[in-house]
Design a protein around this ligand. Structure first.
Ligand code: HEM
Length: 253
């Protein structure tokens, strides 16, 4: 459910009180399961609510979830234009094949034809962003969720030179709503000339409306003379890689 206006939020007041107050564990809203008494506490972009905020929400729900003084309303949140590339104008942008997903189509997993990346020389990648484009009107397909706008649920993919050379580079998985990935500046990942985008795991999910759409992969390249000083991660999940160590046989980390 969207929670951007009072009218949308009001019917959920009791549920919101319950969900914001059950942390830290699965199901808490906003989702954030980090325990507050153990280990690392300072995270970038931590969306969790303070004790005070949680108490205020509960008190508001218990008092009948009033609108309050309209003059105190904050300005409506403005969302970024989803056509805009967060990583700056990428080069190259690889357009994947156009696919039609029928309104009542069951979910589909499979391969799509492998488009060429089109580079004329090997280059290192600084950042990567994937966007879904389709013919859904800006009002959406009728479903008020992110899934009401996009039909590509996810894609697990690599770049591959083909021809039996066995040079296959995995890249971070595409998921609907996923942000761009910026690689560690010391560890750019190599995008080879003559490679294609290959995937055997595209998951299509109908949004309830006949929809024609495609994905575009935007690569932001390092300058031609760039050389990595660290070995790039081959992780599909995390562009930035992981630098948290958990020591064995030691409690309360
Ligand atoms: C303060 C902010 C948020 C509030 C008040 C809130 C509120 C809620 C409530 C009341 C439900 C239960 C709906 C039901 O009973 O059917 C819910 C479910 C859910 N919310 Fe949130 N939400 C918040 C932020 C977020 C964010 C940031 C995400 C995603 C990143 C998210 C993802 C989900 C998901 C996936 C569910 C369904 C799964 C489940 O039931 O555990 N929510 N939320």
């Amino acid at each position: 459910m969207p929670l951007t206006t009072y009218e949308q939020v009001r019917p959920w007041a009791r549920s919101i009180k319950a969900r914001t107050g059950i942390g830290p564990k699965a199901g808490v809203m906003p989702p954030w399961y980090v325990e507050h008494n153990i280990g690392i506490q300072q995270y970038k972009n931590d969306p969790s609510l303070s004790e005070l905020e949680i108490a205020l929400i509960a008190q508001w729900a218990d008092s009948g979830a009033p609108l309050g003084d309209k003059a105190d309303l904050p300005p409506a949140r403005e969302f970024a234009d989803d056509k805009k590339w967060i990583i700056g104008t990428p080069d190259p942008i690889v357009k994947l094949p156009e696919i039609t997903v029928k309104a009542a189509a069951p979910d589909w997993w499979g391969e799509i034809p492998p488009p060429p990346v089109g580079l004329t020389e090997d280059r290192y990648v600084a950042a990567l962003e994937i966007k879904g484009f389709n013919d859904v009107p800006s009002g959406g397909s009728g479903r008020a969720t992110v899934g009401g706008r996009y039909v590509f649920h996810h894609m697990i993919w690599s770049t591959d030179k083909g021809g039996g050379e066995g040079v296959n580079t995995p890249w971070p998985v595409h998921e609907v709503g996923r942000n761009a990935d910026t690689f560690d500046p010391r560890a750019g990942r190599l995008l080879r000339t003559g490679s294609n985008i290959v995937t055997d795991s595209v998951h299509l999910h109908s949004n309830g409306r006949d929809t024609k759409g495609h994905l575009e992969i935007g690569f932001k390249l390092h300058p031609k003379d760039y050389k990595p000083t660290l070995r790039p991660s081959a992780s599909r999940g995390l562009g930035k890689g992981v630098d948290i160590s958990i020591r064995p046989m030691e409690a309360n980390q």
